[in-house]
Design a protein. Structure first.
Length: 294
């Protein structure tokens, strides 16, 4: 009788364990399905954003913060899931890769980046040294890629064929750039294919003060405030509204944006996906330069 009771107990224990494993398997399958659905929603949101930017490209020759693409979309139910996010202009920021657009340093961009650093509180003597450090970093990485044979590849170790930066976070590896300085710089710089132009309709006051010679930060802030009421129709309009003595560069500015980032979040069931995508709107339909969908 005792042996029979032990046998029944063992069978019951094995059955309970089997049911537990089956339940965990169902949860795992459901979790993977939720993750797949959330990723589909994220990709759908990216295509929706590309459509918005393509339509904007066809309708207007000026990009500014009052357009539909600049409206943030709150978490919105889509079927059994939800998705939300925003399109952020990247052409209004200082492109770090403009420091070395064709394999050699651009003195105009170098001076502009030095002024940006100084505007953000870096001592003028240190600003020039730090700007040169970024130039050296990009140039040395390009040399390393050439030596390793990677320069002929379209994709490798996070850098492009000419050694340019793909992410502003890479500044953390450049001599003299600590975490605090990179954090201070991040709202004002980008890492885009070079050469690129800065959209004066979306550039922060700090960037305008950096790229326009003899434009004081307070005057740049006034320009930004005025721009909220009436954006710049073209570069002639921008130049006409500059204070006396301020000199815009001969090239490198625009009133239209080419590069945009999609920042968003999608959810389905228990799964949440975060996305960051960089788009190049060189033509009507924006192309994806890179994407992170996690």
């Amino acid at each position: 009788m005792i042996l029979a009771l032990l046998s029944v107990a063992l069978a019951a224990g094995l059955a309970a364990a089997a049911l537990g494993d089956f339940g965990r398997s169902l949860d795992s399958v459901a979790g993977r399905q939720d993750q797949a659905q959330a990723r589909l929603l994220a990709r759908g949101a990216v295509d929706w954003a590309r459509n918005v930017l393509a339509d904007d490209f066809k309708r207007t020759n000026v990009d500014h913060a009052k357009e539909m693409w600049a409206v943030r979309v709150p978490p919105t139910p889509v079927g059994e899931g939800e998705v939300g996010g925003e399109i952020r202009d990247r052409s209004g920021l200082f492109n770090l890769n403009n420091l070395v657009p064709d394999g050699k340093a651009d003195p105009v961009a170098l001076a502009q980046f030095g002024r940006l650093l100084a505007t953000l509180g870096v001592a003028p003597a240190d600003a020039g040294r730090l700007a040169q450090a970024v130039v050296d970093w990009i140039g040395h990485r390009a040399d390393r890629d050439d030596e390793s044979g990677l320069a002929s590849s379209d994709a490798h170790d996070g850098s492009s064929a000419n050694g340019s930066l793909l992410d502003v976070a890479e500044l953390r590896f450049v001599a003299g750039f600590d975490e605090a300085l990179v954090h201070r710089l991040t709202p004002f710089v980008s890492a885009l294919p070079a050469p690129s132009r800065i959209n004066v309709n979306t550039a922060p006051a700090e960037v305008l003060a950096a790229v326009v010679t003899d434009l004081e930060l307070n005057d740049a802030r006034i320009l930004v405030a005025e721009r909220e009421r009436a954006w710049f129709r073209d570069l002639a309009d921008f130049s006409a509204r500059l204070p006396p003595g301020a000199q815009p560069p001969e090239t490198g500015l625009d009133v239209r944006s080419r590069h945009f980032a999609i920042i968003g979040r999608s959810g389905f069931g228990s799964a949440v996906v975060r996305m960051e995508v960089l788009l190049d709107r060189r033509e009507t339909w924006p192309t994806i330069l890179w994407q992170r969908i996690l």
